[in-house]
Each structure stands twice: as structure tokens, then as C-alpha cells.
Design a protein around this ligand. Sequence first.
Ligand SMILES: Nc1ncnc2c1ncn2[C@@H]1O[C@H](COP(=O)(O)OP(=O)(O)OP(=O)(O)O)[C@@H](O)[C@H]1O
Length: 260
Amino acid sequence: MNELISYENVRFIRDHNVILDHVNWTVQPGEHWAVIGLNGSGKSTMLNMMGGYEFPTSGTIRVFGHQYGRYNWEHVKKRLGFVGNTLNRFLDTLNMETAREIVVSGRFNSIGIYEQTKAEDWKKADELLASFRLTYLADKPYRFMSQGEQRRVLIARAFMAEPDAMILDEPCSGLDVRAREELLASLERQSKAHNTSLLYVTHHIEEIFPAITHVALLKDGKMLADGRKEHVLTSEHLSEAFGLSVEVEWRDERCWLKIT
Ligand SMILES: Nc1ncnc2c1ncn2[C@@H]1O[C@H](COP(=O)(O)OP(=O)(O)OP(=O)(O)O)[C@@H](O)[C@H]1O
């Protein structure tokens, strides 16, 4: 069994609401996934479960070959990068730190630096800042950055530990079009450099950049379609998922939507 991630018949019920309904999903090494669906379709819940933040009501989740509930999940989490709104819990600490400090802290999977750092850690943080075009923010405290800048700093931080898989929950929200394109290019570069599988949640089909190989399409907590992106991103599937008549157009290995 060499899958990176596998969900078997995963159900998640909260307050009598079925939030994920018999979800089956497999990610193989080398694949990069986009997870799409309308607001409330269960995208974040599905991915947050991997971090051990929610326990499935039934079904099995395996990450890096380890079954959730039967293994010390801290070891799994060390190999997972995560960028999403859950980091807002640490806002008080983040606000006090500079971009450089935040990126370095990713080396220890912490927010805030509580361990001995080495010169090479700072060198690597500087390289990451450069790769994400954030050098100009190196010494600026988080609280004085724009929303888009904060988002990019957190993404650079998540690469510091060279994770095997990286969950990015709407990483481009709040970014202008140029910043979005720069971020997508940096993500592509970094994921190649470290062999990191990307798991990318978005509402925007045009953010599915060429390096993304597969798509999971959720509707009302169910997996409507999953597999290679060319097979999933069709006018029929997307019209059904969005409850709206749309037409898909492929240009330069990217997919664009037209409302029809
Ligand atoms: N802890 C919780 N308790 C109760 N309901 C929850 C909880 N977490 C999520 N939900 C509900 O589960 C559903 C799926 O939420 P989720 O955040 O996974 O959707 P999403 O597809 O990521 O949505 P969005 O695109 O708006 O971010 C929503 O109806 C939400 O209200």
C-alpha cells in the first residue's frame, strides 16, 4: 500500500447534519490535487480531518500509510504542511513576529520560535522569502502586512519543513491578479523542488495551474467526481456541482469557466 492518502467510506456528522457522506479518495505520490465545490460542500472539513482536527464518524483515513486513530498523529503532522484559516488561532503570536521569524518557525512546525535556530535555518528562510518574492517584508511585523502579504508569508513558512504533502485552503483569497499568478508560480517551483504533493482548495477554476494533476469535486458532502483533471473538469460535471449552466474552456493547460 503506497498511497500517500486514502479515505475509505468517510462520513462526518455534526449536529445531525451529514457534512461528509461516504467519501472515498486516494492520492498517490507525485499527484497534485485541487479540491473544488460550492460554499459548504465539505472541502475544508475533508482536508482538516487529515490534520487530526476532526475525527470521522465512520470510515478510515490513512495518511502516509498510517491509520488515523491507530498511530501517534504528531508524527504524521510533522510531514504535513497546512495553510488555512485555522492558523488565525495564533494571531496574537503572529502579529508580534517578522516575516523572517515566521518563516523560520515553520522549521519546527510551531508559531513562535521556541527552539535553537541555526544559521542554515535563517539562510533557508531567506531563500524561501526570495522565492516567494517577499524579501522586502523580511523584517516587517506581521500585523503591518496586507492580507495578501500575510497569506504569502504563511505559505513560505509551510515549505520550511519540506513537507511531503501541503494543504492549501484558498491560498489566493485576498490576492490581486498579479500576486495570484506569482504565488501559483512559486507554489509550482517549491512543490517540484521538495517533491511536495499539493492539496489545493479553491472556488476558482482558473487557479488550477498546470502542475495540478487531479481534481476532487464535492457536492453536498459527496464526492461527485474525482480523478485526472481533464476528466473531472468538464462542462457537465461543473454545471452539476455548481447548479448552474457553465461551459469549460481549456487554454494554455488551464481551465476557464463561462456562464452559459
Ligand atoms: N465544526 C462544525 N460544526 C458544525 N457544522 C460544521 C462544522 N464544520 C463545518 N460545518 C458545516 O459543514 C459544512 C461544510 O463546511 P466546510 O467548511 O467543510 O465547507 P467548504 O466546502 O470548505 O466551504 P467554503 O467554500 O465556504 O469554505 C457547512 O455546512 C458547515 O456549516
